[in-house]
Design a binder for this molecule. Structure first.
Ligand SMILES: NC(=O)c1ccc[n+]([C@@H]2O[C@H](COP(=O)([O-])OP(=O)(O)OC[C@H]3O[C@@H](n4cnc5c(N)ncnc54)[C@H](O)[C@@H]3O)[C@@H](O)[C@H]2O)c1
Length: 323
C-alpha cells in the first residue's frame, strides 16, 4: 500500500509571503520530494535548491494540468493571488488572476481528484457586515475587487465541494505578520513594515490611522491552521471552507506600544493613504472564530506580546540599526 503522507502536494504562488513559510513547513511533515513549489516568479537560487520547483502561471490551465498530471499531485495549496491594495490598483488583472487561477485549480482538482486549500480573507467582508466579533455566517457585500474575488472564490469552492465532491477547504485569514518573505501589497502590510523600520531607524510612518483595529495573526499560527484544517476529520466539518480564524487584535498604536517595550524611543508618525484606509474601514474590526474552534479545534498560540518578541528576535539576527 502507498503511504498517503508521501502523496505529492503542489503549492501555487510559493514565492510569496505565505508560500515562503508554507513550503518548508509542508516539507518538514511530508518530505522534501513530496512538496512541489511553483510560482510565476523564479525563486532565488538558494530557495530553488531546497526542493522541487515548477515555473507555473495559474491563469494558464494547461500549465496547471501538466504539472498536476506529471507529478501525480493529490493536494493543491493555492496561494497565487493579487492582494488587496494592488488589486484596487489593477482590478481587471486581479479578477483575471484571483478568479481565473482558482477556477482552473478547482477544475483540474475535479478531474484529477485532488484536495484543495483556498485562502480567503477578512477582505471577504464589507461595510454592511457587523464589524465587531464578525460571525462566521453573516452579510458579505465587500466593496473592493479583492473582496469580490474572495467571496466569489468562497462560493465557487463550496460549489465544487457540493456539486463534484472536491475536498476543498479554506480559511478567512486575517492580516499576517512574518519575517521571512515581505508582504505582497495588502492593507495590513504596515504591521510588518513597522518592525523593520523600528529596528533600522526607530521610526515608522504609518499609512493607516492609529486607531484602525484589524485582526492579525503571526505566520507560524497561520501555517499551523492550514495544516490542521487540511488534516481535520471531514465528519466534524460542517463548514469545510472559509473558516473565520483570529489570533490578536491590532491597531498601529497598540503595535507601536508593544514595540516600545523592546525599543524605547520608537517613534510612530502617520501619512494616511486614503485608498488603504478606505479598504481597512470596510473590513471587520474583529472576527469571531468560534466555529473553527468548535469544528476542528483551532486555537492560536501567539498573542501580540509573544508575536512582537519573536519577530524582533528573528529580525535582529538579520537587520542592524542604520546608525
Ligand atoms: N498575507 C496576508 O496577510 C493574507 C491575508 C489573508 C489572505 N491571504 C491570501 O493568501 C494567499 C497568499 O497570500 P500571500 O500573502 O502569500 O501573497 P503574495 O502576494 O506574497 O504572494 C503571491 C504569489 O503569487 C505569485 N503569482 C502571481 N501571479 C501568479 C500567476 N499568474 N501564477 C502563479 N503565481 C502567481 C506571485 O509571484 C507571488 O509570489 C492569497 O490568496 C491571499 O489573498 C493573505
Amino acid at each position: 500500500m502507498t503511504d498517503p503522507r508521501k502523496d505529492p502536494i503542489l503549492v501555487t504562488g510559493a514565492a510569496g509571503q505565505i508560500g515562503a513559510e508554507l513550503v518548508p513547513a509542508l516539507r518538514r511533515v511530508f518530505g522534501t520530494a513530496s512538496v512541489i513549489a511553483s510560482d510565476i516568479r523564479m525563486p532565488a537560487p538558494a530557495a530553488a535548491a531546497e526542493g522541487p520547483f515548477e515555473h507555473l502561471d495559474c491563469t494558464r490551465p494547461e500549465q496547471v494540468q501538466e504539472v498536476v498530471r506529471r507529478h501525480g499531485v493529490r493536494t493543491i495549496y493555492h496561494m497565487a493571488a493579487m492582494l488587496s491594495a494592488v488589486a484596487e490598483d489593477k482590478p481587471q488583472a486581479a479578477w483575471n488572476l484571483n478568479m481565473g487561477g482558482l477556477y482552473h485549480v478547482l477544475e483540474i482538482a475535479r478531474q484529477y481528484r485532488c484536495a484543495v486549500f483556498f485562502p480567503s480573507s477578512i477582505g471577504a467582508f464589507g461595510p454592511t457586515t457587523p464589524r465587531d466579533r464578525t460571525p462566521q455566517d453573516t452579510v458579505q457585500r465587500p466593496v473592493t475587487m479583492y473582496g469580490v474575488t474572495k467571496v466569489a472564490g468562497e462560493l465557487l469552492a463550496d460549489y465544487y465541494a457540493r456539486r463534484f465532491g472536491v475536498d476543498v477547504r479554506g480559511l478567512r485569514l486575517p492580516g499576517l505578520i512574518s519575517y521571512m518573505a515581505p508582504p505582497g501589497g495588502g492593507t495590513t502590510d504596515y504591521a510588518v513594515e513597522m518592525f523593520y523600520q523600528a529596528i533600522r531607524y526607530r521610526h515608522y510612518t504609518c499609512f493607516l490611522r492609529g486607531d484602525t483595529a484589524l485582526d492579525m495573526m503571526y505566520m507560524p499560527d497561520a501555517i499551523r491552521a492550514m495544516l490542521e484544517l487540511m488534516a481535520a476529520d471531514p465528519a466534524r466539518l460542517s463548514h469545510r471552507n472559509a473558516f473565520n480564524v483570529a489570533a490578536m487584535n491590532v491597531t498601529p498604536e497598540r503595535l507601536a506600544a508593544e514595540i516600545r517595550r523592546h525599543i524605547p524611543g520608537f517613534v510612530l508618525e502617520y501619512d494616511i493613504d486614503p485608498v488603504r484606509q478606505a479598504i481597512a474601514d470596510s473590513w471587520p474590526r474583529s472576527i469571531d472564530d468560534g466555529v473553527a474552534r468548535a469544528e476542528w479545534g483551532w486555537a492560536p498560540e501567539y498573542d501580540i506580546a509573544a508575536m512582537a518578541q519573536d519577530m524582533l528576535a528573528k529580525l535582529r539576527e538579520r537587520l542592524k540599526p542604520a546608525r
